[in-house]
Write a protein that binds this ligand. Structure first.
Ligand code: ADE
Ligand code: ZN
Length: 339
């Protein structure tokens, strides 16, 4: 038997990507026309999404979400996105989904989740990629709205919905306000994560840890501003869903070499790499791995470790975790290749 000498791509896993934020401008323009949705102001002259600060980004995200009107629109979105990252070497992804955004476009929770799930099954059939969904409440919609989302998720369990989280504007509302929603979700067996330490500082990470019982933090990178918080993350094994390209696009850091991901890793924090809202931020999952490997001199083995960390922290069943870890082990034995 001859063994292939083709270099093996690093298997990747993504824990943090907002599904509406993964929609390409082309798909959004097509669906806007098909579904008769006004997207005036959403695109720049070159066809890319138009926004220039965090508030405008959130508004652009809301506007792009409005074009998804049917379960089939969401099937197309999840299938397209998962196939695209499977081509970049992804073997697992968790899609962050927001029932509030679907409701604003007139879609029920059941239709939203059902449509996305169909795309997940199709992508798995075509590429082998595994995926789950994390339902988020939107922080700036307030505690009542987030509790309603938690109530919806727990009342209608779905085998692919395995996590609960908090997205939106970190400047709004103390995590204590969302403790009840997180308690409901946690008691229902969902994995817990929350955006913190992105547009707000280390104190926001501390508050999320204190009040929300999370095992993971979305972003969390501004923990670097307080050594005690970094030590706490490392000691407690909290996993950071780091999204370097998103942080650069939103102006948190001027260049990747100034991004704290490598400092956090070296301080013992558990790091994963993610694309957040890839076409909005001009990134892809593959580029996140490649950029960090190039900028920080990470070896293939260190890149594989990023994937192992993500799989170790994934909100999936143990059979799936074992199967994914075996895929990484197989790739670790394969001939070396760039990330
Ligand atoms: N929703 C979509 N992308 C987000 C981000 N980067 N931060 C907070 N909420 C979001
Ligand atoms: Zn995010």
């Amino acid at each position: 038997m001859t063994q292939s000498l083709a270099p093996a791509v690093v298997p990747k896993a993504e824990l943090h990507v907002h599904i509406e934020g993964a929609a390409s401008p082309e798909l959004v323009r097509e669906l806007a026309q098909q579904n008769g949705v006004d997207v005036t102001g959403l695109f720049a002259e070159d066809g890319a999404y138009a926004w220039s600060d965090f508030t405008q980004f959130l508004a652009a995200y809301d506007s792009a979400s409005r074009v998804f009107r049917t379960p089939q629109d969401y099937t197309r979105l999840s299938e397209t996105y998962l196939r695209s990252i499977a081509e970049q070497g992804a073997i697992y992804a968790e899609l962050t989904i927001s029932p509030d955004h679907a409701a604003a476009a007139g879609l029920s929770y059941a239709d939203y989740v059902g449509g996305l799930a169909e795309g997940i099954y199709r992508a798995r059939e075509a590429t082998g990629i595994e995926a789950r969904m994390i339902v988020v409440g939107v922080r700036h919609f307030g505690a009542r709205a987030v509790e309603q989302v938690a109530a919806q998720v727990t009342a209608r369990p779905h085998p692919l919905v395995t996590g609960f989280g908090l997205a939106g504007d970190e400047a709004e509302g103390h995590p204590a306000n969302f403790a009840r929603a997180f308690r409901m979700a946690g008691e229902a067996g969902l994995g817990l994560t929350a955006h913190a330490g992105e547009t707000a500082g280390a104190e926001s990470v501390t508050a999320a840890l204190d009040f929300l019982q999370v095992s993971r933090i979305g972003h969390g990178v501004r923990a670097i501003e307080d050594t005690a918080v970094v030590e706490r993350l490392a000691r407690d094994g909290i996993v950071l869903e780091v999204c370097p390209g998103s942080n650069l696009a939103l102006g948190l850091y001027g260049a990747l070499r100034f991004h704290p991901v490598n400092l956090l890793r070296r301080a013992g924090c558990r790091i994963t790499l993610n694309s957040d809202d890839p076409p909005f931020f001009g990134t892809t999952l593959g580029e996140e791995y490649e950029g960090c490997a190039r900028t920080f001199g990470w070896s293939r083995e260190q890149c594989l470790d990023i994937t192992r960390t993500a799989i170790g922290a994934a909100f999936c069943d143990e059979d799936t975790r074992g199967h994914l870890l075996r895929a990484v082990a197989d790739a670790a034995g394969a001939p070396p290749a760039p990330a």
